[in-house]
Ligand binder design. Sequence first.
Ligand SMILES: [Fe+2]
Length: 400
Amino acid sequence: MKGVLSERKTLHPQDIERRELPAAAGRAVRELAREISTTLDATLHDATALAATLTDPALITQIDARVGELPAELRHAMRPPATAAGATIVSRLPLTDDEFGPTPPSWREAAEWSGTAARRASSLELDIAMMLLARSAGEPFGWQGQQGGRLVNNILPSPGHEHEQSGASSKTLLSPHSEDAFHPARANLLMLGCLRNPDSVGTTVSSVRRVQLTADQRRLLSTPTLPILPDVSYGTGHERYSAPPLPTLWTAAGPDETTLRYDPAYTPLDDADAAFRTAYATLTAELERVCMTAALTPGEVLLVDNDVAVHGRVPFTARYDGTDRWLKRVNIRLPERPRRAEEADENGYGQRIIAPFRAASTTAFASGGVEPARADGHREQTPVAIERDTAHDRGSVEHS
Ligand SMILES: [Fe+2]
């Protein structure tokens, strides 16, 4: 798999849907982010706390109150991917390499630095710009146990983790997977905004709507057979939760509407019979066959439909000199696309999301672990987060 994907760094860019932000729309996002940042600077005493999680009610209120001021073309550009590729590159968010400083060595420094006076004018502004883009698409949310519950994650290589099957890695292939496949509150849409990528490191995307499977294979893969377990970054306590068998595919609406939930590294395939394993292996091979690679450039935003496409990352060699690849990631829920009723009773292995944009009356995912807004309408500050083990955190440092 590694060799195949590595060779696809120059795949078929024409296969990924592309949209360009009109220049005025791109400028409007940056200008509104700057205004909101300046407004908050004048009203908040602790910018460091604000930057740590980006969940301060003042920021959430500002974004919700003002995102509607952005041009309609921007919301149109940020709609979900519209083709069978399940992925879209939105380009021309204006930014320059010298405005946000060197690539930090880890997500912790990235969050801390954005709250310092020297960086606030740039890095925090970019985080707010990412939130505005994400809010134009749907409801941004974070994970209580991921990057301190921060709503905008920093994706960058970290020293010492090069060979892990983890987000901090660089030299190893990150295998294709659905984001947070184990959880019923997983994102509908994954947004990856590129600040820098000097070595054109590719993010891989494979759509289930381009694979070829027999009717029998589709039937097998649509039958709840195996659970998907939380990855190791969620710790070891999940054994106390029931692990219900899940379908890998939903095919009831036909091949053109197929969706998937796929993370082979955390699916106990040995527990299935030979016929299922063969069907699953065929799906894996097909996802490789249709794999596309997006080597994002600064100012490009990749939208991945997390119900349609799996994503990964090709290997690369990090330099750790402040110039390495740096992406911003936001998980987005699409309110118009509720999860199936069959997922409502899943426990999510106790993992909870931080959803400050969600209305207090929305409880559909409560059993799946939502950190809800307060009943009085005020939004809670982020609770103390349960940190993941960064060394194994495929999600928190580099999951793309
Ligand atoms: Fe990922």
